[in-house]
Design a protein around this ligand. Structure first.
Ligand SMILES: C[C@](O)(CO)[C@H](O)COP(=O)(O)OP(=O)(O)OC[C@H]1O[C@@H](n2ccc(N)nc2=O)[C@H](O)[C@@H]1O
Ligand SMILES: Nc1ncnc2c1ncn2[C@@H]1O[C@H](COP(=O)(O)OP(=O)(O)OP(=O)(O)O)[C@@H](O)[C@H]1O
Length: 296
């Protein structure tokens, strides 16, 4: 099953809660850059992870600690069944990139194992288990474009009339999400308890208006990511110079994404950037998630 990466079209971040997580007001969009997760029968439990050229295999955790192992244990415990099967993960989404690749794999594992073990887990339970695995995992189930609140785990699909195009510039060396949130706290000691909301982004999606969306894109974590990786500012500037309508850091970074006016414009921007960076990808959006959750 194909599971997509995400970008945050809007990421409002508030002051840390007592549990250490930050309240978010975000708009996720699933983009056409995928990992592939498949499950088959086996007497024991095996995970086989393979990576494409631009995915840093060395950044993945040791056997047994992959987020798909955690997803399998959580789903099995919820139903009181044994963890059994062979799970294969083909990774094309860069690791620790701000693209939620691990979250996509976790969502894919939940859905693939739910089918293999014939559990028919209700959607609400699946969403709750996903939220326990990580803040971005429920969105990976839902896909499309969605509003996220809480620590990001409460997701509701939103109307999106656009067919959008992104140029994606990932880097082999990732950024740690907790490090970026920590830097956010240092840079914004007076962050509001309730983060500001994404009205302009939601309106642009509803109208399918790419120029309005370009104006409204916003990421409260961008300053923290740029502080940790100043050279990302040059990538954003180069992408906008090459014809991208607007460049930004995706989520906690370090991937830079550029919103483009059309598929042709995206190909042109990617062609201009390609000689300067190891990897430059093109992704249409929005795309489907791992599982169409009826309620969302
Ligand atoms: C940056 C985003 O990708 C934006 O969507 C997410 O907020 C990150 O989501 P994620 O990788 O699924 O994060 P989790 O696995 O839930 O949490 C990892 C770590 O990120 C920090 N974290 C995450 C989410 C959140 N709302 N506040 C946080 O402070 C915490 O230090 C946490 O221990
Ligand atoms: N299947 C997996 N794919 C990628 N990373 C994984 C996986 N399982 C565990 N991890 C670990 O999770 C951490 C974050 O990986 P991930 O690729 O999800 O980050 P990300 O793209 O920045 O996600 P987010 O945008 O949700 O913060 C890495 O340290 C990585 O070792």
């Amino acid at each position: 099953m194909r599971v997509p990466a995400k970008v945050n079209l809007y990421l409002g971040v508030g002051a840390p809660r007592p549990d250490g997580f930050h309240p978010l007001d975000t708009v996720y969009q699933a983009i056409g850059l995928y990992d592939d997760v498949t499950a088959g029968p086996a007497d024991d439990w095996r995970v086989d992870v393979r990576t494409s050229d631009h995915v840093a295999a060395e950044a993945l955790p040791p056997a047994g600690d992959n987020i798909v192992d955690r997803a399998a244990r959580l789903l099995a415990a919820h139903h009181g069944v044994d963890v059994r099967g062979e799970l294969r993960v083909d990774k094309d989404i860069p690791v620790a990139a701000g693209l939620a690749g691990g979250s996509a794999d976790a969502a894919g594992a939940l859905v693939a194992l739910d089918r293999l073990w014939q559990l028919e887990t209700p959607d609400d339970d699946l969403l709750r288990l996903a939220g326990e695995l990580g803040s971005d995992v429920p969105f990976a189930l839902v896909g499309g474009s969605a509003h996220g609140t809480g620590r990001g785990e409460l997701v509701h699909r939103v109307p999106d009339e656009g067919g959008w195009w992104w140029v994606v510039v990932p880097f082999r060396e990732g950024l740690s999400t907790p490090d970026v949130y920590r830097r956010f706290d240092q840079l914004h000691p007076d962050a509001p308890v309730v983060p500001t909301g994404p009205l302009a982004v939601l309106g642009a999606l509803q109208d399918g208006d790419v120029r309005a969306l370009a104006r409204a894109l916003h990421n409260d974590l961008q300053a923290a990511a740029l502080d940790l990786r100043p050279e990302l500012a040059d990538v954003i500037a180069a992408g906008e110079e090459a014809g991208g309508l607007r460049g930004m850091v995706s989520g906690s970074g370090p991937t830079v994404v550029l919103l483009c006016g059309s598929g042709d414009e995206a190909r042109q921007v990617a062609g201009t950037l390609a000689p300067s960076y190891d990897t430059v990808l093109i992704a249409p959006a929005p795309v489907a998630g791992a599982h169409l959750v009826v309620r969302a």
